[in-house]
Each structure stands twice: as C-alpha cells, then as structure tokens.
Design a protein around this ligand. Structure first.
Ligand code: HEC
Ligand code: HEC
Ligand code: HEC
Ligand code: HEC
Ligand code: HEC
Ligand code: HEC
Ligand code: HEC
Ligand code: HEC
Ligand code: HEC
Ligand code: HEC
Length: 502
C-alpha cells in the first residue's frame, strides 16, 4: 500500500513538474498574463524560480533601472516617500530595510490581458495605514492640520497684485488675473514656475530704481567695505565677468565722498551679483561650490530641500560659462586659471555621476562654515551693512542672508505625499472655489480685511480634505488610495530621494 501510494504520489509530482516546466500548459497555470508581460508569456522562468515561486529578484531584473542603485521599487523607497522625512521616520523607530513586501503580493498576474496590474485595492494599503477609507479616517492633510506656512523666501501679496493686474490688463474676471502669473504647464497638471521677466517685469525695476550711494573700495584696503567699480571689474578680466564689457558706463554715477550710485538696477543685475560674490568671498572664504551659485544653495525650509543635483548643474553651468570666456586667451595666467576650472568641472561631473553619494555634499554647498577669522567685528558688520545697501532694490522681494540672495522656490508645488492634477478639475470647479483658505474673493471685493501676514500665505492657500471629499467619495469619483498616491513615489524628478537614501 505504502509503495503503491508512494509511486502514485511520485507519478503525480513528475507529471506536474514535466507539465509545468516543459509542456507549459499546466492545469494550474491560471489565465493569460497582463498585456505588459504578454511578450514573454511562454518564458515562465523570467518570473518563476525553478520550483515555481515568484520572487522580487526576478521582477527587479527588468524593473530596477540598472546601475542607479536607487531601489525605486523597494519598500525602503516607500518608507521615505517623496517628503523625504527620513529623520522623522528614524526617530519614530522605522527600520528601512525590514518589512520588504514581495512584488507579487500587490501585482497579481494571470488575470487576463486586460487586467490592470497597478490598480492595487485599498486593502493592501490599509494593512499598514489603518484609515479604513479616504472618507473614513484619512487624516487631515498635514499642511492644513498643522497650518504650515508658505516657506518661500519671496515676499509677495496676492490681493494687491490681483487688483493691479485686473486694472492693467482691463480684465472683468479676476480668475483671468490668476493666469497672468500662473501659466498652465503643457500637461495641465501644475503651473509653470514664476518668472520675473514674464510676470513681474512689466511693473517692477522698470528703469527708475537704483542703489543708494555706495562707498567705492580702495585698492590698498582689500577687506575694507566697498564696491568695485565697473572699471575695476573690467581691468580684472576675471572669469565670468565678460558682461562688464557690455554694460553701459552711464548706469554708474559718481557721488561725493568716493561713492557711486548704480541706476537703473536690472533684475539679477550682474554688477550687483558680482559685488555680492566678492563680499561673500571676503566674509566666507573657502565656501566651495556655493561660490558659483547665484543664490544660497539651500531653501529657507527643511521641508523643501533643494535637490543637490540641481545645484551641481547650476555650478557646472557657471564653470562652463567661465571657461568659455577664457579658452581663446593665450596669457599663461589665464591658461593656469583654465586648468583649475577644468579640474573643478571634472570634480563636479564626477559627483553627479555617483548620485547616491550626494547626500552629505548638499551640506558642503551652503551655508559656509565660518566667518573669516582675520576680520574684526567692525569689518564684519561693515561688510554686512554694505550687502544690505547694495541689495536694497532687491530686498523688496528677496531675503538676503549671509551675503547671498535667498533661493526662490520657483515651482509652487506643495504636496509632497500626494498627487494632484488641475486639468482633471478645472472644468468642474473654479480657482477660487478651491483656493479658499485665504478668502481672496471677499478681500478683493472689500468685504474682508486681510492682515498682510495672512495674505503673505502665512497659511498655505491650498484646499483641505473636506474639499476633496465633496467629490471623491463612494458615490461620485474614485476615492481609492491609488487615485491620489503612488506606492513607488520616487519615479519622478520631483523626488528628493537622492538626498536621503544612504
Ligand atoms: C510576468 C511574470 C510571470 C510570468 C512570465 C509567468 N508568471 Fe506565473 N505567476 C506570476 C505571478 C506574479 C503569480 C502570482 C504569485 C503569487 O501569488 O505568489 C504567478 C502565479 C502562477 C501560478 C500559481 C497559480 C496562481 O494563479 O496563483 C502558476 C501555476 C503559474 N504562475 C504558472 C506560470 C507558467 C506555467 C508560466 C509560463 C507559461 C508563468 N506562470 C509565467 C508571474 C508570472
Ligand atoms: C523580462 C522583463 C520583465 C520581467 C521579468 C517583469 N516585467 Fe514587468 N514589465 C516589463 C515590461 C516590458 C513592461 C511594460 C513596459 C513598462 O511599463 O515598463 C512591464 C510592465 C510592468 C508593470 C506596469 C504596468 C503598467 O500599467 O504600467 C508592472 C506593475 C510590472 N511590470 C510588474 C512586474 C512584476 C511584479 C514582475 C515580477 C513578478 C515583473 N513585472 C517582471 C518587463 C518585465
Ligand atoms: C504594497 C503594494 C505594492 C508592492 C509590494 C509593489 N508595488 Fe508596484 N505598484 C503598486 C501600486 C499601487 C502601483 C501604481 C501606483 C504607482 O505607480 O505607485 C504600482 C506600480 C508599479 C509599476 C508601474 C508604474 C511604474 O512605476 O513604472 C511597476 C513597474 C511596479 N509597480 C513594479 C513593482 C516591483 C518590481 C515591485 C517589487 C520590487 C513592486 N512593484 C512592489 C503597489 C505595489
Ligand atoms: C507594509 C506596510 C505598508 C504598506 C502595505 C503601505 N504603506 Fe504607505 N507607508 C508605510 C510606512 C511605514 C510609511 C512611512 C511613513 C509613516 O510612517 O508615516 C509609509 C508612507 C506612506 C505615505 C507618505 C507619508 C509621509 O508622511 O510621507 C503615503 C502617502 C503612503 N504611505 C501611501 C500608501 C499607499 C497608497 C499604499 C497602498 C498602495 C501604501 N502606502 C502601502 C507602510 C506601508
Ligand atoms: C502678479 C502675479 C500673480 C497673480 C496675478 C496671482 N499669483 Fe498666485 N502666486 C504668485 C507668486 C509670485 C506666488 C509665490 C508666492 C511665494 O512664493 O510666496 C504665488 C503663489 C500662489 C499659490 C501657491 C500657494 C500659496 O499659497 O503660496 C497659489 C495656490 C496661487 N498663487 C493662486 C493664485 C490664484 C488663485 C490667483 C488668482 C486669484 C493668483 N494666484 C494670482 C503670483 C501671482
Ligand atoms: C500689474 C503690475 C504688477 C505686476 C505684474 C507685479 N507687481 Fe508687484 N507691485 C505692483 C504695485 C503697484 C505695487 C505697490 C508698490 C507700492 O506700494 O509702492 C507692488 C508691490 C510689490 C511688493 C511689495 C509690497 C507687497 O504688496 O508685497 C512686492 C514684494 C511685489 N510687488 C512683488 C512682485 C512680484 C514677485 C511680481 C511678479 C511675480 C510682481 N510683484 C508683479 C505692481 C505689480
Ligand atoms: C519685484 C520682485 C523682485 C525684485 C525687486 C527682484 N527680484 Fe530677483 N527674483 C524675483 C522672482 C519672482 C524670482 C524667481 C523667478 C525668476 O528666476 O525669474 C527671482 C529670482 C532671482 C534670482 C534667482 C535666479 C535663479 O536662477 O535661481 C536671483 C539671483 C535674483 N532674483 C536676483 C535679484 C537681484 C540681484 C535683484 C536686485 C537687483 C532682484 N533679484 C530683484 C523677483 C524679484
Ligand atoms: C479642485 C480644487 C482646485 C481647483 C479648481 C484649482 N486648484 Fe490650484 N491647487 C489645488 C491643489 C490641491 C493644489 C496643490 C497641488 C500640489 O502642490 O501638488 C493646488 C496648487 C495650485 C498652485 C501651486 C502649485 C501648482 O500646482 O502649480 C497654483 C499656482 C494654483 N493651484 C493655481 C490655481 C489656479 C490659477 C486655478 C484656476 C485656473 C486653480 N488653481 C484651480 C486645488 C485646486
Ligand atoms: C468638483 C469635484 C471634485 C473635487 C472638489 C475634487 N476632485 Fe479630484 N477629481 C474629480 C473628478 C471628476 C476626477 C476624474 C477626472 C478625470 O480623470 O477625468 C478627479 C480626479 C482626481 C485625481 C486623478 C487625476 C488624474 O491624473 O487622473 C486626483 C489625484 C484628484 N482628483 C485629487 C483631488 C484632490 C487632492 C482634491 C482636493 C484638494 C480633489 N481631487 C477635489 C472631482 C473632484
Ligand atoms: C482624493 C485624494 C486622496 C485619496 C483618495 C487618498 N489620499 Fe492620502 N492624502 C491625500 C493628500 C492631498 C494628502 C496630503 C499630502 C501632503 O500633505 O503632502 C494625503 C496624505 C496621506 C498620508 C500622509 C499622512 C500624514 O499624516 O501626513 C498617508 C499615509 C495617506 N495619505 C495614505 C492614504 C491611504 C492609505 C489612502 C486610501 C485609504 C489615501 N491616502 C487616499 C489625498 C488622498
């Protein structure tokens, strides 16, 4: 009996194995694969191990972008998500490496060609995020519950400007005014970054505004506070100063007491920026790559770290511009400078190539470590005062710290943990039916008096969860988690992951 039973069992096993691996038409193999994978349907081994099991390693052969080592589809990436709050998560005791979930748990297969393998049901998410559903216990959005402020370094108020634009453009509809500054991106999801030339130029720095009278630096006192004249900069012929030969000398007026006034001042005025850079160099020597940036390397808020890659690209661009202006010149000192620039360029490019290592380098960029120890307290405060006068026309809009213009967050995107798409909504709702946190409409009509801090977006003017629930509920529009969230969030360029994955 035992032998017969054993033989029968073995026979069934052999049949199963032969059928499964050689005939490829198993009674167990249920249904065709999704259309994504149809091409290699017959090649079971691309997903299955020799004993039938599906492992994530198999999926990753095709789905990890080879070589970048980002682990875009790993669970660790999900933990960090796009908000990149690794520090918070670490303090909360999360272990990034643990709890890796197999791909096949969420991405089922053999459900037919039409199957949508990415439409993961809520139950997979609510295993860990115990919200029940979007309409039950989903928390209020963080920016709304914690009343997070707009952490931009730009000073700007909406009410005055919407009124000004309505007047200037002779508009009848105030929502048309929004589009003067907020131009939809081609895909309609978000709005293009604010651009001074397109959105502010018409009314600001239009040609009458200049600097106050500034003390001119004397040649023998290098660390004495003072600005360099156009003449001095032209004579220096340093890399990156070619603009000086295209600048009209009439924009500089000499004043009594060895002073000068620069008028008019232009946006990103190269003379202002060059003097700012020189002063920065005197205050903070050895500032590394931040030397090469037009603004501070970091944003005002830790919620919005600048992707280090972007900063490196800017530094590389500056170096390339420097080098381009020098290549044709035979002088030996210029050639020596070029060698220096080329080796810096090589270093910056090398850093970019091994992206995951950028983590700590972001800090290298800014803030600079120490104030120059050779300066007296008096010299330091003198230099800071000079910075403030030099940037007076700029400070209507910009913050200036450590002798640098604050980096402007040009794209206004606020959500870091969820997706949004304007195109899907503007047919049904008007701008000011969603952006109601700051009651612009009432304020423009003169019905509410808004404090200036409120208008300066001391609260984010982005709708809270009640607004979304009005439509995203069981009866109307999809309220599934995957409507608004990625599970693998670092696929897009907005990812800050580079800064946070070790
Ligand atoms: C694109 C990858 C992929 C390919 C190719 C593939 N499978 Fe699968 N298969 C899966 C996944 C994913 C599962 C679900 C695994 C789980 O539930 O743990 C699965 C499950 C199965 C099961 C378990 C029964 C079930 O439906 O849950 C069998 C049997 C099977 N596959 C047979 C085959 C055979 C035979 C082939 C080749 C003709 C094949 N598979 C090719 C991904 C694949
Ligand atoms: C032989 C290469 C290969 C293997 C192995 C493979 N895939 Fe794919 N996968 C593809 C290709 C090709 C596509 C379609 C193009 C694309 O979207 O990148 C795809 C698409 C997908 C999609 C996207 C569907 C969509 O709607 O965008 C998912 C999810 C997916 N695969 C999951 C898996 C999982 C899970 C495994 C392991 C069980 C796996 N794949 C194994 C090649 C592979
Ligand atoms: C907890 C569930 C879950 C697990 C585990 C999971 N995924 Fe996904 N995956 C999703 C969801 C949800 C989507 C659709 C939304 C999105 O893009 O994140 C998706 C989308 C995808 C896509 C298509 C879109 C894209 O990013 O290109 C691919 C490919 C993919 N997953 C591969 C994998 C691989 C490979 C693994 C295992 C290493 C894996 N997934 C593990 C839930 C999961
Ligand atoms: C195995 C457990 C697990 C599963 C399954 C899971 N998550 Fe998560 N998720 C986490 C952890 C842990 C974090 C880290 C953040 C935290 O603790 O708040 C996180 C973070 C998030 C965040 C970002 C939160 C933040 O503060 O940055 C979102 C959004 C999110 N998950 C959505 C989803 C969605 C949608 C799914 C289903 C497709 C899903 N999660 C499936 C464990 C999980
Ligand atoms: C003159 C240009 C201009 C006009 C007109 C304008 N905006 Fe803005 N908007 C900006 C600038 C600049 C910012 C960035 C402010 C900052 O970073 O502090 C901004 C930011 C925003 C934000 C981002 C979130 C926030 O609270 O900071 C929203 C939402 C917004 N505007 C909506 C609108 C709407 C709705 C209208 C029409 C009623 C409008 N804007 C009209 C220039 C404008
Ligand atoms: C249609 C003309 C117009 C445009 C376009 C415009 N502004 Fe203004 N802005 C004004 C006027 C008028 C004032 C008031 C000046 C005064 O009170 O002295 C002003 C004042 C300001 C102020 C100081 C006071 C305040 O209300 O915050 C800032 C900062 C400012 N604008 C920033 C910007 C920025 C940034 C842009 C481009 C995104 C911009 N403006 C575009 C007309 C404009
Ligand atoms: C009316 C407001 C306003 C004034 C005044 C102003 N700026 Fe700006 N500035 C902006 C805005 C808005 C941006 C972001 C959009 C852009 O880069 O065009 C910006 C961006 C910048 C940047 C960053 C560019 C980059 O690529 O990151 C620099 C540098 C800068 N400004 C320098 C200056 C200097 C120097 C002055 C004074 C001479 C000045 N700005 C005066 C509004 C202003
Ligand atoms: C259904 C509600 C809704 C409507 C209608 C709406 N918005 Fe938004 N808006 C949002 C949400 C949510 C965000 C946050 C998106 C993000 O940060 O990813 C946002 C962000 C923005 C931003 C800054 C970030 C970005 O996405 O570029 C601007 C500017 C903006 N809205 C302007 C407008 C204007 C102008 C209109 C009218 C044409 C409008 N919004 C209509 C909900 C809405
Ligand atoms: C007026 C009703 C309405 C409101 C309010 C609304 N939605 Fe939607 N939403 C829709 C509809 C309808 C769709 C499907 C549109 C489509 O894809 O054609 C949608 C689609 C979406 C999508 C998927 C877009 C895509 O790329 O396919 C996201 C994400 C989303 N909504 C987020 C939100 C958030 C976040 C809020 C709250 C700030 C919100 N919605 C408020 C009606 C609404
Ligand atoms: C209609 C769109 C929408 C749907 C559906 C939705 N969420 Fe969210 N969720 C959001 C928005 C918007 C935020 C705030 C994002 C931010 O602050 O950057 C958020 C935040 C979160 C966070 C972060 C919470 C925190 O405290 O900051 C988690 C985790 C999350 N959602 C998980 C889920 C899960 C799980 C589901 C499905 C049960 C789900 N969401 C359904 C829009 C949505």
């Amino acid at each position: 009996m035992l032998v017969a039973g054993g033989l029968l069992g073995l026979g069934i096993l052999i049949y199963g194995v032969v059928d499964f691996f050689f005939l490829k038409s198993s009674f167990t193999a249920s249904g065709p694969l999704s259309s994504n994978h149809a091409k290699f349907e017959k090649d079971c081994a691309s997903c299955h191990e020799p004993f039938g099991e599906v492992t994530s390693v198999k999926c990753s052969v095709c789905h990890e972008k080879t070589g970048d080592q980002l682990g875009a589809y790993t669970f660790a990436s999900h933990y960090v998500y796009r908000s990149g709050e690794k520090q918070r998560l670490k303090t909360a005791g999360h272990d990034f490496a643990a709890k890796e979930t197999a791909c096949a748990v969420c991405h089922l297969e053999h459900q037919g060609r039409e199957a949508q393998v990415t439409q993961v049901p809520d139950s997979y998410c609510t295993q860990c995020h115990a919200y029940g559903s979007f309409n039950k216990n989903h928390p209020q959005f963080q920016f709304a519950s914690q009343k997070l402020t707009d952490d931009s370094t730009l000073a700007f108020t909406h009410i005055k400007h919407v009124k000004e634009v309505v007047k200037r453009e002779k508009l009848t509809d105030i929502e048309r005014a929004c589009l003067y500054c907020h131009n939809p991106q081609p895909d309609g999801k978000h709005f293009a970054a604010i651009d001074f030339d397109t959105h502010c130029q018409a009314c600001h720095l239009t040609g009458t505004i200049g600097t106050p009278a500034l003390k001119i630096k004397t040649a023998d006192a290098i660390l004495e506070p003072g600005v360099e004249t156009l003449e001095t900069i032209r004579n220096r012929r340093d890399p990156g100063t070619q603009w000086a030969f295209n600048t009209n000398p009439n924009e500089f007026q000499l004043k009594p007491g060895n002073r000068l006034v620069k008028a008019p001042v232009h946006h990103e005025d190269p003379w202002v920026l060059e003097n700012l850079r020189t002063i920065r160099g005197a205050l903070y020597p050895n500032a590394g790559f931040s030397e090469l940036l037009k603004t501070r390397g970091e944003t005002a808020s830790p919620n919005r770290p600048v992707a280090a890659t972007g900063v490196y690209y800017e530094a590389i661009q500056t170096l390339q511009d420097y080098a381009a202006g020098l290549r044709g010149r035979p002088e030996p000192e210029v050639q020596r400078e070029l060698v220096k620039i080329d080796s810096l360029l090589k270093a910056a490019r090398h850093k970019l190539q091994r992206q995951p290592g950028l983590n700590g380098d972001a800090k290298l960029l800014w803030p600079p470590a120490k104030v120059n120890p050779n300066l007296s307290a008096e010299q330091i405060s003198g230099l800071h005062d000079l910075v403030m006068s030099l940037t007076e026309p700029c400070r209507e809009c910009h913050t200036v710290e450590q002798a640098a213009i604050g980096r402007v967050q040009k794209d206004q995107q606020i959500l870091r943990r969820a997706e949004f798409n304007h195109r899907a909504h503007i047919v049904q709702r008007r701008c000011l039916e969603c952006h109601t946190e700051i009651p612009l409409q009432a304020a423009i009509a003169g019905k509410t008096a808004l404090k200036i801090e409120q208008d300066r977006a001391a609260i984010q003017n982005i709708p809270g969860i009640e607004n979304c629930r009005a439509c995203h509920n069981a009866n109307e529009t999809s309220n599934r988690c995957v409507t608004c969230h990625y599970f693998h969030p670092n696929k897009t360029n907005r990812s800050n992951l580079l800064l946070y994955l070790d």
